[in-house]
Design a protein around this ligand. Structure first.
Ligand SMILES: Cc1cc2nc3c(=O)[nH]c(=O)nc-3n(C[C@H](O)[C@H](O)[C@H](O)COP(=O)(O)OP(=O)(O)OC[C@H]3O[C@@H](n4cnc5c(N)ncnc54)[C@H](O)[C@@H]3O)c2cc1C
Ligand code: FES
Length: 419
């Protein structure tokens, strides 16, 4: 055998070994991808059992229950966000909840004329279930710049009037925005005060599924707005599967990259694509409406199936998915439906574009009380005087027979609503 032939055989041997090695690596990756895919699609029998157990454990209570504030803690440098720890006054046990759910409060807030006004507001639970107190973290809402409007009523009431020992009327945890309990990799995205449900989800994951890959992208303007920084840092130091990414859109001169934050700028899909390996992640997003609108759209464009994009809006606007807009457009050809608001003495043709009767009422200047905007708190409950509506998803709140929840209903026939 010539030396050229020998070299050729050696090269061939190397190529064959390399091909075998690549084949094995690819096969292993493919198998683990399939396992993750099955978990994400809910085909993992263990995860379904776990889901059922948690659901069975998370029984709440009916109506409002009295809770006492046992601790009040300012969370950020600027003093805009304050956490309140609550325990039931009846001394009974604290029901579990699903990480990501919220509490509904009925508050009697003082008005400028010296009377009291009753309002209903929702606040996400900002810690995982299983502690001896519930925690909510509330951002003070100021007067919008350049307007004569009064500052936010509930948030300022909490900051200024609610103290340790104050009694509050609280409805049981509810809401459809909560972490799935399978083991699939997950990306949590919290913008500003939208971090609160993410904290609950994150704390639950690291305590109960430490092997699960979890990313937290936390967007704020600068260091003065970050809450629970040392807690997040400690979790990231202790849990190799937790990746923390803090993003500052307007860092202050003293804010140092790597020490105080990881990325300059807003959270967008370009950043997610740079950071995340290619895996079937579940995305959970909560933050200002423009951030969520752009992220949900961009994730869909990136090819993330909408079953893996979960989001919750704290504000009045609801985010519309492309798929739902397309189905609404196809409904537009059907016969016009009249919606009458009897108390306001107003009548409009249903536009087929609003995501709910609540959005439709507000868009037409009809004032309706609202809280969660997700069928969880009951504040938009309204009597149907005639006609038929349909629920877009099954609500957590049980409305009285003959009533509907405007935030999760659309009309089916001409309808007269007592609003
Ligand atoms: C499911 C859910 C979970 C939530 N979780 C949290 C949470 O964890 N933490 C948190 O801080 N918040 C959370 N929120 C938001 C919270 O419920 C309140 O919406 C928020 O605190 C503002 O309520 P407010 O009563 O203080 O403000 P409001 O009194 O409702 O006022 C809101 C804004 O409107 C302005 N305004 C007042 N009058 C007018 C007018 N005439 N015209 C136009 N603007 C006016 C006010 O100045 C203020 O800027 C959550 C909301 C939902 C739906
Ligand atoms: S606003 Fe909460 S149920 Fe409709």
């Amino acid at each position: 055998m010539t030396s050229a032939m020998l070299l050729l055989w050696i090269a061939l041997g190397i190529v064959v070994q390399l091909a075998l090695w690549l084949g094995i690596v690819f096969w292993r990756h493919w198998q683990s991808y399939q396992v993750l895919q099955d978990q994400v699609d809910g085909k993992n029998p263990t995860s379904q059992t776990e889901n059922l157990q948690t659901e069975a454990a998370s029984e709440g209570w009916k109506g409002f229950r009295a809770f006492k504030v046992i601790q009040k803690t300012l969370e950020d440098e600027s003093g805009a966000i304050c956490s309140f720890y609550l325990r039931p006054e009846d001394g009974q046990s604290l029901p579990l909840f699903k990480p990501g759910q919220f509490l509904t409060f009925k508050l009697a807030v003082p008005t400028q004329s010296g009377t009291e006004e009753e309002i209903i507001r929702c606040y996400s639970l900002s810690d995982s279930p299983g502690h001896d107190a519930y925690r909510v973290s509330i951002k003070r809402v100021p007067t919008p710049d350049g307007t004569p409007h009064p500052p936010g009523r509930s948030s300022n009431y909490f900051h200024d009037y609610v103290q340790v020992g104050t009694s509050l009327a609280v409805r049981a945890p509810s809401g459809h925005f909560y972490i799935d309990h399978d083991n699939s990799p997950v990306v949590l995205i919290g913008g500003g005060i939208g971090i609160t449900p993410m904290l609950s989800m994150l704390n639950w994951i690291v305590a109960h599924q430490p092997e699960r890959e979890v990313w937290l992208f936390y967007g704020v303007r600068n260091n003065s707005e970050v809450i629970l920084k040392s807690h997040l840092q400690a979790l990231s130091d202790r849990h190799p599967n937790f990746k923390l990414r803090i993003c500052f859109s307007a860092p202050q001169p003293g804010d140092l990259i790597k020490r105080d934050f990881h990325h300059r700028g807003r959270i967008d899909v370009a950043l997610l694509r740079t950071e995340l390996p290619l895996k079937p992640y579940n995305f959970y997003i909560c933050g200002p409406t423009p951030m969520m609108e752009s992220l949900v759209d961009a994730l869909e464009d990136w090819g993330v199936p909408d079953t893996r994009i979960h989001f919750e809006a704290f504000g009045p606007a609801s985010i519309k998915r492309k798929s739902s807009i397309e189905s609404k457009v196809s409904e537009e050809g059907s016969a016009p439906v009249m919606v009458t608001f009897s108390k306001s003495n107003k009548q409009f043709t249903w536009d087929g574009k609003s995501s709910s009767l609540l959005e439709f009422a507000e868009g037409n200047g009809v004032t309706v009380e609202s809280g969660c905007r997700a069928g969880g708190c009951g504040s938009c409950e309204t009597r149907i005087q005639s006609g038929e509506v349909r629920f877009s998803h099954s609500p957590d709140f049980d409305s009285e027979p003959g009533n509907c929840l405007l935030c999760v209903c659309i009309p089916v026939t001409d309808v007269v609503l007592e609003a």
